[in-house]
Design a protein around this ligand. Structure first.
Ligand code: THU
Length: 121
């Protein structure tokens, strides 16, 4: 699976987002080192702060299946990851993050996305 393919998976799954408030559909595709791909979308709520980001849902699905920090190669998302999600990306020790930002495809490491990161482990 190439990074372009992974981003295409993210673009496609974004159609399943439940985002009636922001109308901003986000899709994520996570590539595990064993080749498994996990997907996630943002899920919003009438109580706005309860909304979940696509990254959280994709990572949560992977962890539910027994995967964890160090098991992941890359994560692709059709938007620039929010600040909170950058902390999640750091926690799961992805090698690289591929995302769309202002019409460009950008690839960065979690450390580049969140310098001087808080980490208690
Ligand atoms: N969103 C994500 O799912 N991931 C991000 O990294 C950026 C923001 C969602 C949250 C909310 O449902 C919508 O995009 C608008 O902020």
């Amino acid at each position: 699976m190439t990074d372009d393919d992974l981003l295409s998976r993210a673009d496609a799954i974004a159609e399943r987002a439940y985002a009636p408030y922001s109308e901003f559909n986000v899709g994520v595709a996570v590539l595990a080192r064993d080749g498994t791909v996990f997907e996630g979308v943002n899920v919003e709520n009438a109580a706005y702060p309860l909304g979940l980001c696509a990254e959280e849902n994709a990572i949560g699905t992977a962890v539910t299946q027994g995967y964890g920090p160090g098991d992941f190669e890359a994560l692709a998302v059709n938007a620039s990851p929010c600040g909170g999600c950058r902390q999640w990306l750091w926690q799961m020790k992805f090698d690289r993050i591929i995302f769309r930002n202002a019409g460009q495809v950008v690839t960065m490491s979690p450390a580049e996305l969140l310098p001087e990161t808080f980490d208690d482990l």
